[in-house]
Structures are given as C-alpha cells and as structure tokens.
Design a protein around this ligand. Structure first.
Ligand code: APR
Length: 225
C-alpha cells in the first residue's frame, strides 16, 4: 500500500472528481457540466466575444453554486500533507480553502477576473459579481483557461518543475482527456517517480500509472494518509 508518509516530494495532480464529493458537478460523465451546457456557447473566448452577458450569467451561477460548497476530506488530507504541491485543473478554489498553500491552478480560477482591455487581474469573491465591467470601461472576463485558450507559460513551468522533482505523483479525479494538462503525469513517470491514479473509473492514462486505486478520492486518500 502506498503511504504518503513514505515520500518527501509529493505532487497531487487533481481534477473535478476531487470536488465531486463537495457537491460540485464534474465536467464529463453522469450529470457532467458539458452534458448540459455547450462549452462553445458558455466557456470559450468566441462565446464571450459574441455574448459576454450570457457567458457571465453561466459563470456567475457556477460561482454561486461553488461558494455554497465546502472542501471535503480529500482536500483536507491533501492540505495536511507536509510540503506537497498541488497542480490542479480545478477552478473552484477548494484546495486553498482547505489550507493548501502551494497550489498551481493550470486552468485559472472562478475567483479571479481579468480585464479584456487593460489586462489587470484581480481576485473577486462576489456572487453575483457586482460589476462586469472594469473601471477602464472594458468587459471583465473570468480568469479561467477556456477551451482554445493557451495555458499561461509560467503556470505550466511551475507545474512541470514541481512534477519533475517529485518522488510521488498522485492523480486524483481527472479523466485525463484534456491536454496539455493530461501530459503532465508522464513527466513524473519519466523521472522514475511512483505514480498513483485515484479514480473510480479507468481512464485513457491508467496504463501510465504504477498504481491505480479504483475508488472515491476521500476514501482512497484516507487509505494513503
Ligand atoms: N473521486 C474520484 N474521482 C471521481 C469521483 C470521486 N468521487 N467522481 C468522479 N470522479 C472521476 C470521474 O471518473 C472522471 O474520470 O473524476 C473524473 C472527472 O473528469 P472530468 O469531468 O473530465 O474532469 P477533469 O478531468 O478535471 O476535466 C479536465 O476539462 O472541461 C475541462 O477545463 C476543464 O479542468 C477541466 C478539464
């Protein structure tokens, strides 16, 4: 059995499945967000340019729902793991609310906005957001990496550096179908790190991992703690 205490440089690579137990829907699979909402209408730059109000309505509703959710035991076990780095695809901010300090948000955050005009980026926890416009008059946009957006190079570097140094990579609750994030666990394997996939289901990347734990995030992390 892989025990977290036997490793000194741990990276948790997390996806929406970790937050499922907090009541936040995943993107794919049963009840997934993309089964209800077409991301081309609600979560890409073209949709925002076409109808920023409609995209904001969708993201304000997500902010409202996420703000009513709490971190779960899986988030807390990760936060209690000394020296661990979290590389997350999640935008819900639950890792930080659980107490994780070193969090690399590959896909941005529901709780940050950036100005489409003057490019300023600011934290914003209002639900709903009080003004969808920047002081400069341009539209504010959620600081999220939408489909067809490029990831921030500094963020990708930070994630790659942490994974390149780790002796254990624990992937928790990701379907492993969205690139370039899905490529990151390969880095750990190439470095000879022990790699664990926690997911109730098999994924296209399952064969990459040295260990697969078929179960829910909190249950499997509890066994490793
Ligand atoms: N515990 C662990 N894993 C779970 C749980 C649970 N309780 N419930 C579901 N899962 C697993 C599912 O089996 C699935 O493999 O979580 C995974 C969720 O997959 P997705 O919904 O595709 O989420 P994710 O992998 O994070 O998506 C990656 O896609 O839409 C984009 O930018 C978005 O960051 C997101 C990216």
């Amino acid at each position: 059995m892989i025990r977290l205490k036997d490793f000194s440089r741990i990276v948790f690579f997390t996806g929406a499945g970790l937050s499922a137990e907090s009541g936040i829907p995943t993107y794919r699979g049963k009840g997934g967000i993309w089964a209800k909402y077409d991301y081309e209408e609600y979560a890409c730059q073209r949709a925002f340019d076409r109808d920023p109000g409609k995209v904001w309505d969708f993201h304000d509703e997500r902010r409202r729902r996420v703000s009513a959710c709490e971190p779960n035991e899986g988030h807390r076990i990760i936060a209690a793991t000394e020296g661990a780095v979290v590389v997350t695809q999640n935008i819900d901010g639950l890792h930080q609310r659980a107490g994780s300090k070193a969090v690399v948000e590959l896909h941005g955050s529901l709780w940050r906005v950036r100005c489409a005009g003057c490019r300023t980026v600011a934290g914003n926890l209002e639900t709903p957001i009080r003004s969808r416009r920047c002081a400069c008059g341009a539209w504010l946009r959620p600081d999220i990496v939408w489909f067809e957006d490029a990831l921030d190079p500094a963020t990708v570097r930070a994630a790659g550096d942490a994974i390149a140094k780790c002796d254990l990579l624990v992937s928790v609750g990701t379907s492993g179908v969205v690139y370039p994030a899905a490529d990151l666990p390969r880095l750990a394997l190439a470095r000879g790190a022990v790699t664990v996939e926690i997911n109730p289901e098999e994924t296209p990347l399952s064969g990459l991992y040295t260990h697969c734990m078929r179960g829910s995030a909190s249950e499997m992390l509890r066994r490793m703690a």
